[in-house]
Design a protein around this ligand. Structure first.
Ligand code: SF4
Length: 553
């Protein structure tokens, strides 16, 4: 039997799995059971880079092998974008090649959301030169370009890599960007700094062919902030800062979170890990997922399905017995976050006496010119460090006290509010129909419009509220854990026409008591009626709430 392109390297002992029909490598199932497993076996996704550099970028879009185009190019952060003008009703009907534009989305991975002003400026320059000015800050701290031509990709890589950035495994069945607390190492209230762990995880697994053929995408989060600021509950693996009563600060390990069409909150393994062992445990879990993860059906391939079948006790046992070859210490759960907002927006004092200044672009939408101006502003006010957040926000670090006001004014002039309305602060949106081939409805523009409408209609509203807008059921914008989650779909309006609209989910949340919003039975709103609906919900909440009650309670 031929071996897969990326061979499993550990463990040496193999046991037949309980789910022989799930296509687990650990149970000896190396024969590909679906087209994705086949193309991954045919050639490692990382190998496509050479073909992009030597063939596709020179001969153009038409020269690209279809398996590379719709498969392996993701290993380098490239997706074809949606052909303009195709409405959402055709998304599920058309073949992939009919939806494909000849331009790409290109995702730059920004582990921990950590950027220097020099890196931010380069990102901005690439946006202006090669991406028609596009540059969206995503809810995983990345930046995404659109309108990228295959001919320009090698030059974009050269410029990114010259300043220490990359698109390596930004997409695909790989260890994706490691999200991290954007105020790691500087926050006055930090439990433990996760930065060295993120750097070591990146060094070990990113671009490593031992881990470049996973059953599906694999999302990691590391944060030592008491604000629980990385949405750890919905990552495949997360390391959350805790203080062990005897062993001191370290990380609590969570596995098996994820949203999309079958959402699950991660579970604790009950294990405490010191900072310098986080990368060992992470590598063990990635290896376990590679070997035991389900490869038969793409819809059951995320690690959350394995965790749900095994339970945390068995998962920890296999991890310790077969990958770590030692026991982990037992440890406590994280404490409840003290603030509802966990986005770091506003002006905050750092532990060194300087300040960090968090600000809110609208639904993560910025552009290359604005990013370059943010870099200029930061440097003009004494900073050389910028961060992105998992709420599609940004932060400038290390600002001396006497420069804070001028910086905030400079940001406001760029429409980047340091003291935004609750709506601008709390609204997120995925890419949507403008560029995404899976989308059914518009998201970014509508999110921006909704912010304007709510600011006008409810000018005094200052309660924390999260409004997350998705263009399809895939939940890239985390609709199930928002106070008001809006899942894009076609709905029927009063005149009986099929129009863009949203299924409403209410009352989702993250934190120590995370839960999914409930679908309000049959409640779908048309896009045209969206602002009216949200206004009604928020007014009813204002009028009927008990003292101290928050929207999500
Ligand atoms: Fe695309 Fe759907 Fe994800 Fe939005 S939620 S970016 S429409 S796949």
């Amino acid at each position: 039997m031929p071996e897969p392109a990326s061979k499993p390297v550990a463990p040496s002992r193999r046991k037949a799995g309980r789910h022989r029909g799930e296509g687990q490598w650990a149970a000896g199932h190396f024969t590909p059971l679906n087209p994705n497993e086949q193309f991954k076996k045919d050639d490692d996704g990382l190998n496509v880079r050479t073909r992009i550099e030597t063939v596709y970028s020179k001969r153009g879009f038409q020269s690209i092998d279809p398996q590379d185009l719709r498969g392996r190019m993701r290993w380098w952060g490239l997706y074809t974008q949606r052909k303009p003008g195709i409405d959402g009703g055709k998304t599920a009907i058309l073949a992939p090649e009919e939806l494909d534009d000849e331009y790409f989305m290109l995702r730059v991975r920004i582990d921990g959301g950590r950027l220097t002003t020099q890196q931010l400026r380069v990102i901005g320059e690439i946006s202006q030169e090669f991406a028609r000015g596009t540059a969206d800050v995503t809810d995983r701290q990345n930046v995404q370009y659109h309108w990228i031509r295959i001919e320009d990709v090698p030059e974009i890589w050269r410029r990114l890599e010259a300043v220490g950035l990359s698109t390596t495994e930004a997409c695909g069945d790989t260890p994706r960007v490691v999200v991290g607390s954007p105020v790691a190492g500087i926050a006055a209230d930090e439990i433990i700094d996760g930065t060295p762990a993120i750097e070591e995880i990146h060094r070990r697994v990113v671009g490593n062919k031992a881990y470049s053929n996973l059953p599906r995408k694999f999302k990691t989060a590391v944060s030592g902030s008491p604000l629980l600021d990385v949405a750890h509950e919905i990552n495949d693996v997360a390391f959350v800062g805790v203080r062990h009563p005897e062993l001191g600060p370290g990380f609590d390990v969570w596995v098996g979170g994820g949203l999309s069409t079958n959402p699950k909150i991660g579970v604790r393994l009950g294990a405490w890990v010191p900072a310098d062992e986080v990368a060992d445990v992470h590598e063990g879990i990635v290896g376990l997922f590679r070997d035991y993860g389900y490869r038969r059906l793409r819809t059951r391939a995320r690690i959350k399905f394995l965790v749900a079948d095994w339970g945390p006790e068995k998962f920890r046992q296999v991890l310790e017995d077969e990958y770590l070859l030692r026991r982990m210490a037992d440890g406590p759960a994280p404490e409840a976050p003290v603030h509802h907002w966990r986005d770091h927006v506003g002006v905050h004092r750092q532990r060194d006496g300087r300040y960090y200044v968090g600000f809110a672009p609208r639904v993560g939408r910025v552009d290359g010119t604005t990013l370059a101006k943010i870099a200029d502003l930061a440097e003009a006010h004494g900073s050389q460090r910028v961060r992105t957040t998992v709420q599609q926000k940004m932060i400038i670090l290390d600002v001396p006290e006497d420069r804070v006001t001028a910086l905030a004014e400079g940001l406001a002039a760029l429409d980047l509010a340091v003291e935004p309305s609750a709506f601008r602060r709390g609204t997120m949106a995925c890419t949507g129909i403008e560029f995404c081939k899976l989308a059914i409805v518009e998201t970014k523009g509508r999110g921006s419009w909704l912010i304007d409408e709510l600011e006008r209609r409810l000018p005094g509203f200052d309660e924390p509220v999260t409004i997350n807008i998705n263009g399809c059921p895939n939940s890239c914008a985390r609709i199930q854990v928002a106070d008001i989650g809006l899942k894009g779909q076609l709905v029927t309006d009063d005149a009986g026409n099929q129009v863009e609209g949203y299924q409403v989910h209410l009352g989702g949340s993250l934190g120590l008591e995370p839960g999914f919003g409930r679908k309000v039975r049959g409640l779908k709103v048309t896009a045209a009626g969206l602002a009216d609906y949200v206004e009604r919900v928020l007014r009813a909440y204002q009028e009927q709430r008990e003292p101290g009650e928050r929207f999500a309670q």
